[in-house]
Design a protein around this ligand. Structure first.
Ligand code: NAD
Ligand code: UD1
Length: 345
């Protein structure tokens, strides 16, 4: 019996594959590598010493995906595969709706057909839209401010409908806050395409010399130093959350959403200071205008996950910065460099 991991070559997926293998699960990975590299999976194998099957397949390719269900005894699915760049989703909404929603529909149809009814879905704190009060609990109002967020909201609703139609389904919707950091081995990490959008990859790019300075988007928010506050969570803690959710969906039926965050917010300036303190690198920055669509303060109430999944984030901000930096300094070009070096030797 195996766990199918869609999008397993990506940032959160690869860390979760590693935890699943270490916990003794058999896994089967499906990814079309549109935003990742198979090198991440090679390293998952290297770090764990465990083999697993990988299919380079697009979720939209029903026939190929069906082969995966035919060839393997799948008992549950951890579904990471999706496009996630907010700005791109505003420019290319149809691409986002098609990839994220149709991809999920194809997957769920096959799951239904093959009687695989246990699923974990990667949602996001973005489903809380322009949330007005913190901490944000699962009962806070939902809303989307862009096409990416809307794909997450729509998929969450699809999951509810699927369960209503057949109460044998068991689905955990995990709403991630801000995943950062990297595996403590320094072998796995976040490898964004081009210039990063998110704060931590941007900071590490500045530290490694790839980008001259950080732009801080706004210093007039109602926060301690005026800069935006977020709930950063170590990717290893996040990965562990998937294992806890998997135990839960294997043991019950229903559909439940859980916040995965630390419950503590840090401002951009606090993040820069923590990074500088831990790494000894200076991060030059300049203040600029607010980024359109940003909110001032966002952090979770993670108590439902603690109560119902027995999960709590354990790693603090310094570990997040230290691990992000270890990954970036050991792999200044992400996964690509090693592939190229291997090709030319
Ligand atoms: P990622 O881009 O690193 O991983 C997603 C993976 O899915 C990639 O490897 C990509 O190649 C693959 N993929 C995309 N479309 C596919 C398709 N049609 N068929 C097969 N594979 C496909 O992203 P991530 O940061 O690891 O995020 C994983 C999930 O978590 C995503 O659904 C994302 O929306 C969600 N999420 C991420 C964050 C974050 O900050 N990283 C926050 C909240 C939610
Ligand atoms: C972004 C996405 C959100 C997604 C989340 C996690 C947008 C509008 N929102 O949110 O949908 O769920 O990532 O992937 O893109 N910052 C800077 N300078 C930078 C980058 C960021 O000052 O170069 C600030 C931001 O204004 C914010 C904080 O750093 O206050 C964190 O930004 P980011 O990492 O992009 O995450 P979110 O804004 O939470």
């Amino acid at each position: 019996m195996a766990v199918l991991v869609t999008g397993g070559a990506g940032y959160v997926g690869s860390h979760t594959c590693l935890e699943l293998l270490n916990a003794g699960y058999e896994i089967v990975v499906v990814d079309n590598l549109c935003n990742s590299s198979s090198e991440s999976l090679r390293r998952v194998n290297e770090v764990t010493g465990k083999d697993f099957k990988f299919y380079q397949i697009d979720l939209l390719d029903r026939q190929s995906l069906e082969e995966v269900f035919n060839q393997n005894k799948i008992e549950a699915v951890v579904h990471f595969a999706g496009l996630k760049a907010v700005g791109e989703s505003v420019r290319l909404p149809l691409r986002y709706y098609h990839n994220n929603i149709t991809g999920t529909l194809v997957l769920c149809e096959l799951m239904q057909e093959y009687a695989v009814k246990r699923m974990i879905f990667s949602s996001s704190a973005t489903v809380y839209g322009m949330s007005e009060s913190v901490p944000i609990s699962e009962k806070s109002p939902l809303g989307a401010t862009n096409a990416y967020g809307r794909t997450k909201l729509i998929i969450e609703e699809i999951m509810q409908d699927v369960y209503v139609s057949d109460p044998n389904w068991s689905i955990a919707i995990l709403r991630y806050f801000n995943p950062i950091g990297a595996h403590s081995s320094g072998r796995l990490g976040e490898d964004p395409n081009g210039i990063p959008n998110n704060l931590m990859p941007f900071i590490t790019q500045v530290a490694v010399g790839g980008v001259k300075e950080l732009q801080i988007y706004g210093n007039d928010y109602p926060t301690l130093d005026g800069t935006g506050v977020r709930d950063y969570i170590h990717v290893e803690d996040l990965a562990r959350g998937h294992l806890k959710a998997l135990e839960k969906v294997m043991a019950t039926t229903g559909v439940e959403a859980y916040n995965l965050g630390t419950g503590r917010g840090y401002s951009v300036i606090e993040m820069v200071s923590a990074f500088e303190r831990v790494t000894g690198r200076r991060i030059p920055y300049k203040m600029t205008d607010r980024r359109p669509g940003d909110i001032g303060i966002c952090y979770s109430d993670p108590t439902k996950a603690e109560r119902e999944l027995g999960w709590i984030a354990e790693k603090g901000i310094e570990e997040m910065c230290r691990d992000a930096w270890r990954w970036q300094s050991n792999n200044p070009c992400g996964y690509i460099e090693e592939e190229e070096v291997l090709r030319t030797t």
